[in-house]
Design a protein around this ligand. Structure first.
Ligand code: ZN
Length: 278
């Protein structure tokens, strides 16, 4: 068992814009740096009606590192037309990421209720392969994010680090790796060894943190702030850092409860929780 790493300073604190959903990207551009946040992962809805290049300049000008764009994926579909539409949308996301200056797109890979999961994974792999020329042209990488199996029906047929690692090996591109999120992966008995394997493959592209609440009242929008739940985040971070990972620790919280409060207060709570529990 690894020794636990020291509690973090803020130098690698990144926040996903969806975490403070009530704020516009312009408000976020001011408030994250003022709170000591160093990195930002931009959700695509924050770019609606905006010029991604200008948003990129704004964020970098305020001292934020743009870590990734969320999200691409949702490749599986029951018709050829819908599969092609998904590929087209992912190509558009890659262009947005390139304009924004985001080096990575996080993939929520997709699933279709009733479609065998193996078939969905085949379609995911084919979808990723279809957009690889765009990645090679722009330099934007793709991070397969394994999702908790409670989402295997409709959000992702990739549910473990092992499946994500296997898919990376099958695709065999420098542009495809894994985004590891403690919320989705904390329960997996093979997590430590598969994180190590991901590191050996050179595929660990991103690390997301939040917490798992008991009880969880909503499958989508009841994630906990770090320390509110049962995930041993520091231990998982120790496994991630044992691979040599030097990237950001990205706070990503969907929470109706936290969105309902003053987001300035919530941002202070995030920074405090990050120092104490990540
Ligand atoms: Zn995540």
């Amino acid at each position: 068992m690894n020794r636990l790493p020291p509690l973090p300073d803020l130098s690698r604190l990144c926040i996903h814009t969806v975490t403070t959903k009530p704020w516009s990207i312009e408000e976020i551009a001011d408030r994250y740096p003022a709170a000591g946040v160093k990195g930002i992962t931009v959700w695509r809805q924050n770019l609606e009606g905006r010029d991604p290049a200008k948003i990129g300049e704004l964020l970098r000008g305020n001292g934020l590192d743009i870590v990734s764009l969320c999200r691409g994926g949702f490749f599986p579909a029951t018709s050829e037309g819908d599969r092609q539409a998904a590929i087209d949308d992912n190509r558009k996301a890659i262009e947005e990421a390139a304009s924004l200056g985001a080096p990575l797109i996080v993939l929520v890979c997709g699933a279709v209720p009733g479609m065998p999961l193996e078939q969905a994974r085949d379609q995911i792999r084919a979808g990723i392969e279809a957009v690889l020329p765009d990645c090679e042209r722009t330099g934007v990488k793709l991070g397969i994010e394994p999702l908790h199996p409670m989402y295997a029906d409709a959000r992702s047929a990739v549910n473990t680090m092992k499946q994500a690692n296997d898919m990376c090996e099958q695709i065999g591109s420098d542009y495809v790796g894994v985004a590891a999120d403690v919320y989705h992966l904390w329960w997996d008995p093979d997590l430590q060894s598969e994180i190590a394997r991901c590191g050996e493959l050179g595929k660990l592209f991103a690390f997301h943190v939040c917490d798992w609440k008991t009880p969880t009242a909503d499958m989508l929008n009841d994630r906990g702030l770090m320390g509110e739940g049962c995930i041993d985040i520091r231990r998982i971070r120790s496994w991630v850092e044992a691979t040599g990972f030097k990237g950001f620790n990205e706070v990503e919280i969907f929470s109706s409860h936290h969105w309902a409060k003053d987001q300035n207060v919530f941002l202070e709570e995030i920074v405090k929780a990050y120092r104490q529990h990540v």
